[in-house]
Design a protein around this ligand. Structure first.
Ligand code: GLU
Length: 352
């Protein structure tokens, strides 16, 4: 009898609401940006100072997140994201890498300025090995503004980071109810709350704290990535810079970067990553000097086709596939920590 009662008590414990609905643990890693911004008055939606409000105040402003998960905060940076360099990126990735290794951490939210959120998201997508959700979130209006978008964005981000359905989907960006993949999300509007989009569409949406999914990413990320923050030494990446394409360009832009010691140049070309005829001799010479030339495009949609606008095989150039110039910069820098072979670089551009 005693044995039956003990088994019954054990079964009831297993079925208790706490056991059935134990909340996941989410860490909010704050880095600054508008989501931590403050303006002089509630009508200041565009004039304000970014990166002012500390993480505990951000979390206290949205107590509803504690219903979704056990949420704690750490202040990694307090910065406007245009000022992030490779040094901060590496530090942040190391910090997040340590957090995701903890068995009692189920998901990460990174609050971030929207300017370079896509870069940080893509970097984490490439170098942090985990299947736990890592979700970047920002806002377009400071918390002091009328209809501030930060609180709901943060609530949605915690919902996503604590959701089992987000596991293994790659690093995500949560903005304006939309869930985006780090590799293809980009900031396309610099003044409205629907600031982010992807040429291939959102992965899904969060509505009332629940994630709804509509597509998956077919490229390598996180656990399947060959890059790993644990193998990156020091606090700098190989130097890679971007030259923006237009009509009437100067060869000196590329030569100045060569002089500055770049290891690769991302040519953000017109159209299909086109290179003006009068620039081709400079770029082929630079490539022969050992600098990788990666043809990306200033056009926000589509992808650069190898050997179409230019004979890439003949010149030893690389095409960025559908990665925009800023993401091509990061993938190239990481690739150069492993190889100097343009063919290997090209493989990586197709795989990530
Ligand atoms: N430029 C600032 C940043 O990226 C504020 C912009 C924003 O967060 O929306 O951090």
């Amino acid at each position: 009898m005693k044995k039956t009662l003990t088994s019954l008590a054990m079964a009831l414990t297993l079925l208790s609401p706490t056991a059935l609905f134990a909340k996941n643990n989410v860490v909010v890693v704050a880095t600054g940006g508008t989501i931590a911004g403050a303006g002089a008055s509630s009508t200041n939606s565009a004039t304000y100072t970014a990166a002012k409000v500390p993480v505990n105040v951000l979390l206290d402003a949205v107590p509803q997140v504690q219903q979704l998960a056990n949420v704690s905060g750490v202040q990694a940076l307090q910065i406007a994201s245009e000022s992030i360099t490779d040094k901060e990126l590496i530090q942040l990735a190391r910090q997040i890498n340590e957090l995701v290794k903890k068995p009692d951490v189920n998901g990460i939210v990174v609050t971030h300025g929207t300017d370079t959120m896509e870069e940080t998201a893509f970097f984490l997508n490439l170098v942090v090995h985990t299947d736990k959700p890592i979700v970047l979130v920002g806002s377009m209006r400071p918390g002091t503004a009328l209809s501030a978008d930060g609180p709901l964005n943060l609530y949605n981000a915690v919902a996503l980071a604590s959701s089992d359905s987000a596991k293994g989907k790659g690093t995500l960006v949560m903005m304006n109810d939309d869930i985006f993949a780090a590799r293809d999300v980009t900031k396309t509007i610099n003044i409205h709350t629907n600031a982010f989009s992807s040429p291939w569409g959102a992965l899904g949406s969060v509505v009332e704290g629940k994630a709804y999914w509509f597509r998956d990413v077919s490229k390598l990320h996180n656990n399947s990535s060959e890059f790993n923050i644990e193998n990156i030494k020091g606090d700098a990446l190989p130097l890679v810079q971007i030259v923006y394409g237009s009509d009437n360009m100067l060869a000196q832009s590329y030569l100045a970067l060569q002089q500055a010691g770049v290891k690769a140049i991302i040519h953000a070309g017109t159209g299909n990553g086109s290179v003006a005829n009068y620039l081709v001799p400079t770029l082929t010479k630079i490539q022969q000097d050992g600098i990788q030339i990666v043809r990306s495009s200033r056009v926000p949609q589509g992808f650069v086709l190898r050997n179409a606008e230019q004979p890439d095989d003949k010149y030893g150039w690389v095409v960025a596939h559908d990665l925009n110039p800023q993401k091509a910069r990061l993938l190239t820098a990481l690739a150069l920590t492993k190889t100097k072979d343009a063919k290997e670089l090209q493989r990586m551009f197709y795989e990530y």
